[in-house]
Design a protein around this ligand. Structure first.
Ligand code: ZN
Length: 257
């Protein structure tokens, strides 16, 4: 393991353009339940007997906002109740040392920003939980925590419309602006791609890894277990993100950069 960490550290130290892709496994180390996209706080079905993908979908938010919000609120409370961990802080440090280092995250908890990752080099492909905005008049509300104490769904104080977070629900499209930023950066190419705590079942996770490989770049994964991605990376570091990432950054001594 130690030799492997050194190998990854050396590759990252040499690289200028680095893409770090993060998923639920990173925030699991903060105590958040791992979930697939927005969903897997639950295994399978809600107490209403619905698949969680249906409860947390765009159509459900419009049809039965109270039901959808019941589960959005659980995600919101989980995220507000936890904090970024050593893995998030290590990545923010890597971005400080490497001005060509980008973070692409599937997580909606906002922990990368909270840990100090620069928003200019952060792509939150599934959106974020705050600020809420009104589905009718687009008025924004920065009071997620307060709304979670009140009856759901949260309402707009200007027009009474239903508020929602700017997250990508099931059956909704990925945000065009974020996809565009990702495509621009992928077109510029990356010398190294590091996937952290993601199960990689989405094309936009697998594609950057494959592209880096085709271009002769270095690829690595940090995950407690081998997954879909493991066959495609140069090095698989078996371990939790909050444990491995700080070790990795310590090995990238500043004199090598
Ligand atoms: Zn409104």
């Amino acid at each position: 393991m130690h030799a492997q960490i050194q190998l990854v550290a050396q590759a990252l130290a040499r690289a200028e353009r680095i893409l770090v892709i993060t998923g639920a496994g990173l925030s699991a180390d903060s105590g958040l339940p791992t979930y697939r996209g927005l969903g897997g706080l639950y295994n399978g079905h809600t107490e209403e007997g619905l698949p969680i993908e249906a409860a947390l979908s765009g159509p459900m938010l419009r049809r039965d906002p109270a039901l959808c919000w019941k589960y959005l609120a659980e995600i919101g409370r989980a995220c507000l109740g936890a904090r970024p961990n050593a893995g998030h802080f290590a990545l923010a440090e890597l971005q400080r040392r490497k001005p060509g280092c980008w973070v692409l995250t599937q997580n909606v908890d906002g922990y990368h920003r909270a840990a100090g990752s620069p928003v200019q080099r952060l792509i939150e492909i599934h959106g974020e939980l705050s600020p809420l905005f009104c589905m009718d008049c687009r008025q924004r509300s920065f009071e997620l925590a307060e709304h979670l104490q009140r009856p759901l769904p949260p309402r707009c104080d200007r027009c009474g419309g239903v508020l929602r977070p700017p997250v990508v629900l099931f059956e909704e499209l990925l945000p065009e602006a974020e996809l565009g930023r990702l495509q621009t950066q992928l077109a510029l190419g990356f010398d190294a791609v590091l996937a952290v705590g993601t199960s990689a079942s989405f094309a936009y996770i697998v594609e950057p890894v494959l592209r880096a490989r085709r271009g002769g770049g270095f690829t690595a994964e940090i995950n407690p277990q081998a997954g879909e991605l493991s066959a495609f990376v140069d090095v698989h570091l078996e371990g939790g993100a909050a444990d491995v990432l700080p070790q990795l950054i310590r090995h990238i001594s500043s004199d090598k950069i």
